[in-house]
Design a protein around this ligand. Structure first.
Ligand SMILES: [Fe+2]
Length: 314
């Protein structure tokens, strides 16, 4: 499973890196900041995130280490050993040794540590879901990326995007108690089975509502199968009653299903799937579909065929 990294955390990474970068300018260049993720390390530099990497365990020691033409210094914060690294000459070692990490940078690392724990908990929940049904592998991640891209395209605020991102990651969490045979059934579900699967909106929403501050996220999860024409579930709400985030997640969710879990998925371009979905009048909000089309065009993939079975193609 790809490690989870919420896009709303990007700003905190940038601020931590720029504060640390200021204190390191006299020592070295090309600052990187890493933290342990299972048996590998995940890192960022000022351009964005770096590929997960194996780093020698002895880098996490007192003082400064030298590895790969870089100086490395461990900075323990909130029980996590963050690794700071710069490309620097050997002569820079004493300066790196006595480097004072500004309080503002420690504060950013503290926030990043908290978010890392949150991401790990979310990742754990998604892993449980992925183990339960094959259709979930990578689905939540692609829906999350696409929903955020649609929301950005629609000009939503940072706060709204954070809520949409969380709701998109968690939209099917209510399936966690459902039997795998139902979720993985190759046959059409009968009405009773359908009813059982449809409970996942209410169950997931109730689980999320327990978490303080996530009432809007819970609402979005509750309504992610509602449709503007009233044909959705669980309550058959109509357009203006459905949260915009739910309409966005509904479009991203269906688009991902259409491009990854249909027998023809591998043969059709994104545009062909989009066109079929767009023809289902009343099922999706037109402004969301318009934004989805713009995202596909902006990414330059509208004429491409999906890479079925991976979570890396968004
Ligand atoms: Fe769902």
């Amino acid at each position: 499973m790809k490690p989870l990294e919420l896009s709303c955390i990007t700003g905190i990474w940038k601020s931590a890196l720029s504060i640390l970068g200021e204190s390191l300018t006299s020592i070295g260049q090309d600052l990187q900041l890493w933290f342990p993720w299972g048996i590998t390390w995940r890192g960022h530099d000022l351009r964005g995130h770096l590929p997960p990497t194996d780093l020698p365990a002895d880098l996490v020691t007192e003082g400064v280490s030298r590895f790969g033409g870089r100086l490395w210094k461990a900075v323990p914060v909130q029980g996590i050993s963050w690794l700071l690294s710069v490309r620097a000459p050997q002569s820079a070692t004493p300066a790196m040794e006595s480097l004072h990490i500004p309080d503002k940078a420690i504060e950013s690392l503290r926030m990043l540590s908290d978010f890392q724990i949150l991401e790990s908990m979310l990742g754990l929940s998604m892993k449980i879901l992925e183990n339960q049904a094959r259709e979930h592998i990578g689905h939540w991640d692609r829906v999350r990326n696409l929903a955020v891209a649609i929301g950005e395209q629609m000009g939503l605020s940072g706060r709204e995007l954070v809520e949409i991102e969380l709701a998109a990651v968690l939209h099917d969490i209510g399936k966690v108690g459902l039997p795998s045979e139902l979720l993985e059934s190759a046959d059409r579900l009968n009405p009773d089975q359908k009813k059982i699967v449809e409970t996942h909106c209410r169950v997931g929403s109730a689980m999320i509502r327990e978490i303080p501050g996530l009432a809007k996220v819970a609402d979005m999860v509750l309504c992610h199968h509602e449709a503007p024409d009233g044909s959705g579930y669980p309550t058959g709400m109509v357009r203006d009653d459905i949260p915009l985030g739910s309409l966005i997640i509904a479009a991203a969710d269906s688009f991902d299903a259409m491009t990854h879990y249909r027998p023809y998925a591998i043969e059709r371009t994104y545009l062909e799937s989009f066109t079929e979905m767009n023809a289902e009048k009343g099922k999706f909000a037109p402004e969301v579909m318009h934004a989805l089309e713009s995202v596909l065009r902006r990414l330059g993939i509208i004429d491409a065929k999906p890479l079925v079975g991976t979570s890396e193609d968004w």
